[in-house]
Design a protein around this ligand. Structure first.
Ligand code: HSE
Length: 328
């Protein structure tokens, strides 16, 4: 396979892990990098490792780049097409309030013919149709398997999807697993998750169900054509109050999982998130720790499942698979 020239927009944990993951992959050549302070075109391949060390010392790309720094995001994106960069990989911090500034940058890249791979859920939640239109206008491709918890299985391509159910959030699944296997409180399980670097210092996006809500929403937009917004998703997270459900599960041989669901009800696609009791025969019963699993029910193929691990290598491989897919 020929070399693929790419640009990274976002050099946080995911962006840096990906850059390291592909550092010995001869197919991938990182030619440009940007963070929220701006970007730069790299003169030499070894600069990316220097830049990672620079970011890890708490400094921004602006300090590193000095004279060659491109301050403006639209200017950065414009510079990519003249450099024959084929894929923009976007991993800026997720903004669920309006998807910006990533949404505009991805749109601009797609519209000028640069393929995009994103792991950032905000732009998909807020600009799903606009991104598709930009890709159509620019004859480019967008892939976003890293935003949905699991990748959509190839087997369901072209199928009519009737229902999607998924344990899509590693953090809450870890907390629920700890609470149930070790019989500890929500607070203790959350503290363990934070100590182990699984939960964020502010865990609300995960435990309040926002992350699952946006992942199931993106799956439902992609596969069921819904124009629902994040505010339409009925959402119940987990917390100390989940104890009662766990007790009920103990008494009835079931366990609790946080399940995102999209289904057709009264002619419309309804999207929801809630802790659910699952019986041993359910595929969700054995999804433990930070693992994730989704079940797609289609008209033609009954149920197809997709499994995913969490972690930096898993997300890096998902990005790599998406890059290969978009360059076709
Ligand atoms: N916080 C998410 C999870 C990872 O725990 O699954 C990013 O989607």
């Amino acid at each position: 396979m020929p070399q693929i020239d790419i640009a990274l927009l976002g050099l946080g944990n995911v962006g840096r892990a990906f850059a390291r993951y592909v550092s010995s992959d001869e197919r991938i050549h990182i030619r440009a990098v940007a963070d929220s302070s701006g970007g730069l075109l790299l003169d030499r391949p070894e600069q990316i490792q220097q830049l990672i060390a620079h970011k890890e010392s708490g400094r921004s790309i602006r300090d590193f780049a000095a004279a060659s720094f491109i301050k403006d995001a639209p200017e950065f994106v414009k510079s990519l097409s003249s450099e024959s960069i084929r894929v923009l990989v976007e991993s800026l911090p997720t903004n669920l309030a309006d998807g910006q500034p990533a949404l505009d940058s991805i749109k601009a890249a797609l519209a000028c013919g640069i393929n995009a791979v994103t792991v950032d859920k905000g732009p998909l939640a807020w600009g799903f149709d606009a991104l598709k239109e930009a890709a159509l206008a620019g004859n480019s491709r967008l892939a976003y398997s890293g935003t949905t918890g699991v990748s959509i299985p190839d087997e369901i391509t072209g199928e009519r999807v009737l229902e999607i159910r998924g344990v899509l959030n590693g953090t809450t699944n870890y907390i629920l697993t700890e609470m149930q296997e070790r019989n500890i409180s929500f607070g203790e399980a959350l503290a363990n998750a934070q100590e182990n670097g699984i939960a964020e210092p502010d865990p609300s996006l995960d435990v309040d169900g926002w992350d699952t809500a946006v992942k199931i929403l993106i799956l439902a937009k992609t596969l069921m054509g819904t124009d629902a917004e994040l505010s339409d998703v009925s959402r119940i997270g987990i917390g100390a109050q989940t104890d009662a459900l766990i007790e009920n599960g103990r008494a009835t041989g079931r366990i609790v999982r946080l399940v995102g669901r999209a289904r057709i009800w009264q002619g419309r696609v309804r999207v929801s998130v809630a802790p659910k009791l699952v019986a041993p025969e359910s595929p969700f019963y054995s999804v433990e720790g930070t693992s994730k699993l989704a079940v797609f029910r289609t008209e033609g193929r009954s149920e197809v499942t997709a499994y995913a691990r969490s972690g930096r290598d898993a997300i890096s491989q998902t990005i790599l698979d998406d890059i290969i897919k978009v360059v076709g």
